[in-house]
Write a protein that binds this ligand. Structure first.
Ligand SMILES: O=C(O)CCC(=O)C(=O)O
Length: 273
Protein backbone atom coordinates (compact mmCIF):
# COMPACT_ATOMS: atom_id res chain seq x y z
CA UNK A 1 0.00 0.00 0.00
CA UNK A 2 1.20 3.50 -0.78
CA UNK A 3 1.93 6.37 1.60
CA UNK A 4 -0.99 8.31 0.06
CA UNK A 5 -3.38 5.44 0.73
CA UNK A 6 -2.16 5.14 4.32
CA UNK A 7 -2.62 8.88 4.83
CA UNK A 8 -6.17 8.69 3.45
CA UNK A 9 -6.97 5.79 5.77
CA UNK A 10 -5.56 7.72 8.74
CA UNK A 11 -7.90 10.64 7.94
CA UNK A 12 -10.91 8.32 7.66
CA UNK A 13 -9.91 6.57 10.89
CA UNK A 14 -9.63 9.88 12.75
CA UNK A 15 -13.05 10.99 11.51
CA UNK A 16 -15.01 7.71 11.73
CA UNK A 17 -13.05 5.60 14.20
CA UNK A 18 -12.71 2.82 11.64
CA UNK A 19 -11.56 2.10 8.11
CA UNK A 20 -11.99 -0.92 5.84
CA UNK A 21 -9.19 -2.31 3.71
CA UNK A 22 -10.67 -4.49 0.97
CA UNK A 23 -8.78 -7.70 0.21
CA UNK A 24 -5.88 -7.03 2.55
CA UNK A 25 -5.34 -10.77 2.22
CA UNK A 26 -6.03 -12.29 -1.19
CA UNK A 27 -8.29 -15.28 -1.91
CA UNK A 28 -5.43 -17.78 -1.86
CA UNK A 29 -4.12 -16.54 1.50
CA UNK A 30 -7.46 -16.32 3.27
CA UNK A 31 -8.66 -19.60 1.73
CA UNK A 32 -5.54 -21.27 3.14
CA UNK A 33 -6.19 -19.77 6.59
CA UNK A 34 -9.81 -20.90 6.58
CA UNK A 35 -8.89 -24.46 5.61
CA UNK A 36 -6.17 -24.53 8.24
CA UNK A 37 -8.49 -23.18 10.95
CA UNK A 38 -11.27 -25.59 10.01
CA UNK A 39 -8.88 -28.53 10.44
CA UNK A 40 -7.24 -27.09 13.56
CA UNK A 41 -8.31 -29.35 16.43
CA UNK A 42 -6.43 -27.17 18.89
CA UNK A 43 -8.57 -24.18 17.96
CA UNK A 44 -11.66 -26.09 19.09
CA UNK A 45 -9.83 -27.19 22.22
CA UNK A 46 -8.59 -23.69 23.07
CA UNK A 47 -11.90 -22.00 22.43
CA UNK A 48 -14.15 -20.98 25.29
CA UNK A 49 -17.58 -19.39 25.32
CA UNK A 50 -19.12 -16.26 26.71
CA UNK A 51 -22.88 -16.17 27.15
CA UNK A 52 -24.68 -13.15 25.77
CA UNK A 53 -27.65 -11.65 27.65
CA UNK A 54 -30.00 -14.28 26.19
CA UNK A 55 -27.70 -17.16 27.08
CA UNK A 56 -26.54 -17.76 23.47
CA UNK A 57 -22.89 -18.70 23.25
CA UNK A 58 -20.18 -16.51 21.73
CA UNK A 59 -17.09 -18.64 21.14
CA UNK A 60 -13.49 -17.47 20.90
CA UNK A 61 -9.89 -18.58 21.31
CA UNK A 62 -7.44 -15.91 22.48
CA UNK A 63 -3.64 -15.79 22.60
CA UNK A 64 -1.40 -13.28 24.32
CA UNK A 65 1.71 -14.83 22.81
CA UNK A 66 2.93 -14.94 19.22
CA UNK A 67 3.85 -18.56 18.61
CA UNK A 68 6.45 -18.86 15.85
CA UNK A 69 4.56 -21.52 13.93
CA UNK A 70 1.02 -20.19 14.22
CA UNK A 71 -0.52 -18.73 11.07
CA UNK A 72 -2.82 -16.60 13.23
CA UNK A 73 0.24 -15.10 14.92
CA UNK A 74 1.94 -14.63 11.54
CA UNK A 75 -0.97 -12.41 10.47
CA UNK A 76 -0.75 -10.48 13.74
CA UNK A 77 2.92 -9.76 12.90
CA UNK A 78 2.32 -9.04 9.24
CA UNK A 79 3.68 -5.82 7.92
CA UNK A 80 0.46 -4.96 6.09
CA UNK A 81 -1.53 -5.07 9.34
CA UNK A 82 1.02 -3.64 11.76
CA UNK A 83 2.29 -0.83 9.55
CA UNK A 84 -1.28 0.27 8.89
CA UNK A 85 -2.09 0.23 12.59
CA UNK A 86 1.01 2.32 13.32
CA UNK A 87 -0.06 4.88 10.78
CA UNK A 88 -3.60 5.00 12.23
CA UNK A 89 -2.47 5.29 15.85
CA UNK A 90 0.50 7.48 15.03
CA UNK A 91 3.07 5.56 17.07
CA UNK A 92 4.93 2.28 17.20
CA UNK A 93 2.49 -0.46 18.22
CA UNK A 94 3.01 -3.77 19.97
CA UNK A 95 0.96 -6.94 20.01
CA UNK A 96 -1.61 -6.87 22.84
CA UNK A 97 -3.33 -10.16 21.91
CA UNK A 98 -5.11 -11.86 19.03
CA UNK A 99 -8.18 -14.04 18.92
CA UNK A 100 -10.28 -16.16 16.60
CA UNK A 101 -13.97 -15.35 16.91
CA UNK A 102 -16.03 -18.41 16.01
CA UNK A 103 -19.63 -17.45 15.46
CA UNK A 104 -21.30 -20.72 14.63
CA UNK A 105 -24.42 -21.15 12.44
CA UNK A 106 -27.73 -20.68 14.28
CA UNK A 107 -26.15 -20.78 17.75
CA UNK A 108 -23.40 -18.13 17.67
CA UNK A 109 -24.29 -15.48 20.26
CA UNK A 110 -24.32 -11.70 20.14
CA UNK A 111 -21.76 -9.25 21.49
CA UNK A 112 -23.25 -6.35 23.42
CA UNK A 113 -22.52 -2.72 22.60
CA UNK A 114 -19.11 -1.95 24.04
CA UNK A 115 -15.81 -0.19 23.55
CA UNK A 116 -12.71 -2.37 23.72
CA UNK A 117 -11.14 0.33 25.87
CA UNK A 118 -14.04 -0.27 28.27
CA UNK A 119 -12.27 -3.55 29.00
CA UNK A 120 -8.65 -2.49 28.49
CA UNK A 121 -8.91 0.56 30.77
CA UNK A 122 -9.11 -1.95 33.63
CA UNK A 123 -5.79 -3.46 32.64
CA UNK A 124 -3.73 -0.33 33.33
CA UNK A 125 -3.89 1.38 29.93
CA UNK A 126 -3.97 5.11 30.59
CA UNK A 127 -4.86 6.29 27.08
CA UNK A 128 -7.38 4.90 24.60
CA UNK A 129 -4.65 4.89 21.93
CA UNK A 130 -5.25 1.29 21.00
CA UNK A 131 -6.86 -0.47 18.09
CA UNK A 132 -7.90 -3.74 16.50
CA UNK A 133 -7.83 -5.24 13.05
CA UNK A 134 -10.71 -7.60 12.33
CA UNK A 135 -9.88 -9.85 9.39
CA UNK A 136 -12.88 -11.60 7.81
CA UNK A 137 -11.95 -15.28 7.50
CA UNK A 138 -15.26 -16.15 5.96
CA UNK A 139 -18.00 -13.86 4.72
CA UNK A 140 -19.53 -11.51 7.30
CA UNK A 141 -23.12 -10.44 6.62
CA UNK A 142 -26.05 -9.05 8.56
CA UNK A 143 -27.54 -12.55 8.65
CA UNK A 144 -24.50 -14.21 10.24
CA UNK A 145 -23.88 -11.41 12.72
CA UNK A 146 -21.32 -9.05 11.21
CA UNK A 147 -19.79 -6.34 13.36
CA UNK A 148 -21.92 -3.20 13.76
CA UNK A 149 -20.31 0.11 14.62
CA UNK A 150 -21.45 3.66 15.36
CA UNK A 151 -19.53 5.91 13.01
CA UNK A 152 -17.54 8.55 14.89
CA UNK A 153 -18.45 7.20 18.35
CA UNK A 154 -14.75 6.91 19.31
CA UNK A 155 -15.01 10.65 19.98
CA UNK A 156 -17.38 10.08 22.92
CA UNK A 157 -14.51 9.13 25.21
CA UNK A 158 -14.68 6.12 27.46
CA UNK A 159 -18.16 5.11 28.61
CA UNK A 160 -18.69 3.18 31.85
CA UNK A 161 -19.22 -0.52 31.32
CA UNK A 162 -21.18 -3.02 33.38
CA UNK A 163 -21.76 -6.73 33.11
CA UNK A 164 -24.44 -8.15 30.79
CA UNK A 165 -24.59 -11.95 30.58
CA UNK A 166 -20.93 -12.97 30.77
CA UNK A 167 -19.83 -9.95 28.77
CA UNK A 168 -19.25 -6.31 29.53
CA UNK A 169 -21.54 -3.76 27.94
CA UNK A 170 -21.46 0.04 27.74
CA UNK A 171 -23.94 2.00 29.87
CA UNK A 172 -27.30 1.62 28.09
CA UNK A 173 -28.45 5.22 28.46
CA UNK A 174 -25.34 6.49 26.69
CA UNK A 175 -25.54 3.82 24.00
CA UNK A 176 -29.14 4.88 23.32
CA UNK A 177 -28.13 8.55 23.07
CA UNK A 178 -25.16 7.72 20.87
CA UNK A 179 -27.39 5.75 18.53
CA UNK A 180 -29.51 8.89 17.98
CA UNK A 181 -26.45 10.85 16.89
CA UNK A 182 -24.10 8.41 15.19
CA UNK A 183 -24.78 6.44 12.03
CA UNK A 184 -25.12 2.69 12.52
CA UNK A 185 -22.91 0.83 10.04
CA UNK A 186 -23.15 -2.93 9.41
CA UNK A 187 -19.64 -3.97 8.44
CA UNK A 188 -20.37 -6.59 5.81
CA UNK A 189 -17.05 -8.03 4.69
CA UNK A 190 -15.76 -10.52 2.15
CA UNK A 191 -13.10 -13.02 3.18
CA UNK A 192 -9.73 -11.24 3.28
CA UNK A 193 -11.21 -7.78 4.00
CA UNK A 194 -9.92 -6.08 7.13
CA UNK A 195 -11.66 -3.61 9.41
CA UNK A 196 -9.33 -1.44 11.50
CA UNK A 197 -11.08 0.17 14.45
CA UNK A 198 -10.27 2.44 17.38
CA UNK A 199 -10.35 1.23 21.01
CA UNK A 200 -13.15 3.66 21.86
CA UNK A 201 -15.41 2.88 18.88
CA UNK A 202 -18.80 1.57 20.06
CA UNK A 203 -19.48 -1.75 18.41
CA UNK A 204 -21.59 -4.87 18.81
CA UNK A 205 -22.75 -7.85 16.79
CA UNK A 206 -25.99 -9.81 16.60
CA UNK A 207 -26.59 -13.48 16.96
CA UNK A 208 -25.82 -15.66 13.94
CA UNK A 209 -29.27 -16.54 12.56
CA UNK A 210 -27.91 -18.04 9.34
CA UNK A 211 -26.77 -21.48 8.24
CA UNK A 212 -23.21 -20.18 7.78
CA UNK A 213 -20.43 -19.63 10.26
CA UNK A 214 -18.84 -16.21 10.72
CA UNK A 215 -15.22 -16.61 11.68
CA UNK A 216 -12.86 -13.73 12.03
CA UNK A 217 -9.37 -13.13 13.36
CA UNK A 218 -9.05 -10.02 15.52
CA UNK A 219 -5.52 -8.70 16.19
CA UNK A 220 -5.32 -6.09 18.95
CA UNK A 221 -2.51 -3.58 19.43
CA UNK A 222 -1.41 -1.08 22.01
CA UNK A 223 0.85 1.90 21.39
CA UNK A 224 4.32 2.09 22.85
CA UNK A 225 3.57 5.34 24.75
CA UNK A 226 0.61 3.58 26.41
CA UNK A 227 2.53 0.76 28.07
CA UNK A 228 0.19 -0.32 30.94
CA UNK A 229 1.14 1.13 34.31
CA UNK A 230 0.61 -2.27 35.89
CA UNK A 231 2.64 -5.35 35.08
CA UNK A 232 1.41 -8.91 35.01
CA UNK A 233 -2.03 -7.78 33.81
CA UNK A 234 -4.35 -9.75 31.58
CA UNK A 235 -2.47 -8.73 28.42
CA UNK A 236 1.23 -8.04 27.90
CA UNK A 237 3.24 -4.92 28.56
CA UNK A 238 5.30 -3.30 25.83
CA UNK A 239 7.90 -5.31 23.99
CA UNK A 240 9.04 -4.59 20.44
CA UNK A 241 7.02 -6.41 17.81
CA UNK A 242 9.03 -8.12 15.09
CA UNK A 243 7.13 -7.42 11.89
CA UNK A 244 7.17 -10.01 9.13
CA UNK A 245 7.12 -9.14 5.44
CA UNK A 246 4.01 -9.77 3.40
CA UNK A 247 5.92 -12.40 1.36
CA UNK A 248 6.95 -14.32 4.48
CA UNK A 249 3.42 -14.29 5.90
CA UNK A 250 2.01 -15.38 2.55
CA UNK A 251 4.37 -18.32 2.34
CA UNK A 252 3.53 -19.39 5.92
CA UNK A 253 -0.19 -19.29 5.14
CA UNK A 254 0.21 -21.32 1.96
CA UNK A 255 2.53 -23.83 3.66
CA UNK A 256 0.10 -24.38 6.51
CA UNK A 257 -2.80 -24.93 4.10
CA UNK A 258 -4.67 -28.07 5.12
CA UNK A 259 -2.27 -29.02 7.90
CA UNK A 260 -4.42 -30.51 10.57
CA UNK A 261 -1.84 -30.78 13.31
CA UNK A 262 -0.61 -27.34 14.27
CA UNK A 263 1.74 -27.13 17.21
CA UNK A 264 1.31 -23.53 18.25
CA UNK A 265 1.31 -22.66 21.92
CA UNK A 266 -1.54 -23.95 23.99
CA UNK A 267 -1.78 -20.85 26.13
CA UNK A 268 -5.43 -20.19 26.76
CA UNK A 269 -6.58 -17.00 28.28
CA UNK A 270 -9.89 -18.01 29.68
CA UNK A 271 -11.76 -14.85 30.44
CA UNK A 272 -12.39 -11.41 29.21
CA UNK A 273 -11.39 -9.57 26.08
O1 LIG B 1 -16.75 -10.81 16.70
C1 LIG B 1 -17.71 -10.19 17.13
O2 LIG B 1 -18.85 -10.43 16.75
C2 LIG B 1 -17.54 -9.12 18.16
C3 LIG B 1 -16.16 -9.03 18.67
C4 LIG B 1 -15.95 -7.87 19.54
O3 LIG B 1 -16.79 -7.06 19.74
C5 LIG B 1 -14.67 -7.69 20.19
O4 LIG B 1 -13.84 -8.59 20.13
O5 LIG B 1 -14.46 -6.64 20.80
Amino acid sequence: MTETQLNDWAKTFQRDGFVVSKKLFDDEEIGALLRYATADDRLGADAYTRNDSTGAKSKLALWNDLAEDSPYAAIARSNRVVKTMEQLLNDEVYHYHHKMMLKEPKVGGAWEWHQDYGYWYNFGCLYPDMGSCLLAVDRATRENGCLQVLRGSHKLGRINHGTTGEQMGAEQERVDEARQRHELVHCELSPGDALFFHGNLLHCSSRNESDYSRWSLICCYNTRHNDPFITGGRHPNYSPLEQWSDEKVRSILLERDCESRPSHSNETNEGIL
